[in-house]
Design a protein around this ligand. Structure first.
Ligand SMILES: [Zn+2]
Length: 507
């Protein structure tokens, strides 16, 4: 045989399109060319494959070896194709029998000695292989990650020679074991550690129950970050599909993906100096950004006004759509990005506005400029805006610990179940006419809301947000209808609307 075909997959967003690695050995002067890969990648791959074959005692066939990775216009990253290229050469030169790899996909970067090295994006590739019904061979180090896909035909190999023994029918390759159970967000960050802050804790519970975005406003050191970090611990556990999707994104990003954490809701807190690419994704070889790494989890933006305004603007679209399309050099990659946004900011440039011992001297004008660094449209998309004031010493030193995350999580779960049963989604995701239809507010509640609209000059968008928050408050109280009390609490959770209207911040 002089032409051999081996299967593999490329990576495009969360998609893993099939790639056919075709190897032809022809006459003529000895040469080795690879087409269908970017040029820099070709050279590295050629050198690794050549060295690995030689070190494993194989002959690089005399004559012209042509390797084609089809389709050619698909973006490809090099390392993972080393193994299919090497095996294709061995089959085409009759050093391995054809056949064993007919419906099998091969993956792995080769060391010069022939060891199979870890590759990126194993989980999305394994999920796609399961749908295709192909057997897949991954580097042994990637086997625990591949196992998450629950694909019955995933094998692991540590060395090129293991793959060759398997092809010759001499030795089977180990199959992937059951996936690691994985623990949901553990008790390490418990709300029992947060003392006082009753209103902020309540806002966090409401945010968790309805999937609402949340802005925490308060002086430095009052526990805004502590609160935000504890949100994943009170959210309902992810479904298996959600957990797999979130893990697949992390797998694409490569660094820092720990298989045993696959069931944990992501918590991402990019620094305010983060670039737009770091936040939403992209780059020469496109990678998911922070908003995608936070998929099904929490994106925490501390010191919100310090973020570049242009960077924040790019968040608006994914906040609404739940995904992001990255275009670069005519290519597109789509990543999911359904995250829950939690942001924090100081009340003024010095941070001490409204803080009794703080001596704030910021002028009203400076405060206004500071707040205007966050655009109105972004602010409009944040459901809950609450103050996190300095806590009295007695509360910090007192014997009373805060309520535990476990107790709050139970209420959140019950409230979320009511939403799913009623409308199939969390309240925060209700849109348009569905809001009024699903919220079921009684006459008194609507009258109260009309008053608040006038008093605080609320926008139409804010009107819907207040209704959705009131619905979540009613769900937490196991109330069929939204009544006046729910609306008035919801209005208190729109601090910035009230501030704009001239109400005191500490009202
Ligand atoms: Zn100040």
């Amino acid at each position: 045989m002089t032409v051999a075909t081996v299967l593999s997959r490329s990576q495009q967003g969360l998609d893993a399109p099939l790639v056919r690695v075709e190897v032809h050995v022809g006459g003529g002067l000895p040469a080795f060319s690879i087409v269908g890969l970017p040029e820099t990648v070709v050279k590295e791959s050629k050198d690794r494959v050549r060295a690995a074959l030689a070190n494993c005692g194989f002959d690089l066939p005399a004559g012209h070896i042509t390797v084609s990775l089809a389709p050619a216009d698909l973006p490809k990253e090099g390392g993972r194709f080393d193994l299919p290229i090497a095996v294709g050469i061995l089959i085409a030169s009759a050093q391995l029998p054809p056949g064993p790899f007919d419906a099998t996909e091969l993956y792995g970067e080769l060391s010069l000695g022939g060891e199979l090295l870890s590759i990126r994006g194993v989980l999305p590739t394994a999920l796609q292989g399961r749908r295709a019904g192909h057997t897949q061979v991954f580097p042994a180090v990637n086997l625990p990650e591949a196992a998450l896909a629950r694909h019955g035909r995933v094998l692991g190999a540590a060395h090129l020679m293991d793959v060759c023994s398997y092809a010759r029918g001499m030795r089977p390759l180990p199959a992937a074991a059951e996936p690691v159970a994985g623990v949901a967000n553990g008790p390490s960050l418990d709300l029992a550690d947060v003392r006082g802050q009753h209103r902020a804790r309540r806002a966090l519970e409401i945010a968790a129950a309805g999937g609402h975005s949340l802005l925490l406003i308060g002086p430095p050191g009052t526990g805004k970050s502590m609160l935000a970090q504890r949100l994943p611990g009170i959210l309902p556990p992810m479904t298996e599909d959600e957990a797999l999707e979130a893990a697949a994104v992390r797998s694409l990003a490569g660094r820092g993906f720990r298989v045993e954490e696959w069931r944990q809701r992501p918590f991402r807190s990019p620094h305010h100096t983060a670039s737009a690419i770091a936040l939403v994704g992209g780059g020469g070889r496109p990678r998911p950004g922070e908003i995608s790494l936070a998929h099904h989890g929490v994106l925490f933006l501390d010191e919100l006004p310090e973020f570049d305004r242009g960077v924040l603007e790019v968040l608006r679209e994914p906040i609404e759509s739940g995904h992001i399309v990255i275009s670069r050099a005519g290519r597109q990659a789509e990543y999911p990005a359904r995250f829950q946004l939690v942001a924090a900011m100081n009340p003024c440039p010095c941070g001490h506005l409204g803080d009794p011992g703080g001596n704030c001297r910021c002028t009203a004008e400076r405060v206004a400029v500071y707040c205007s660094r966050i655009s109105g449209p972004l602010l409009d998309r944040i459901d809950l805006q609450v103050e996190v004031p300095r806590v009295a010493v007695e509360e910090i030193a007192g014997p009373e610990a805060g309520e535990s995350s476990a107790a709050i999580a139970a209420r959140v779960m019950a409230a979320r179940v009511r939403q799913i049963e009623r409308q199939g989604q969390a309240n925060a995701h209700l849109e348009g006419p569905a809001v009024l239809r699903r919220v079921r507010a009684d006459a008194e509640a609507l009258k109260l809301l009309a008053c608040a609209m006038k008093q605080f000059a609320l926008s139409a968008r804010a009107y819907h947000r207040v209704l959705k928050i009131a619905r979540t408050i009613a769900d937490l109280a196991d109330s069929q209808e939204v009544i006046g009390r729910h609306v008035s609490e919801a209005v208190t959770l729109r601090q910035l609307d009230r501030r704009v209207a001239g109400a005191s911040i500490s009202a």
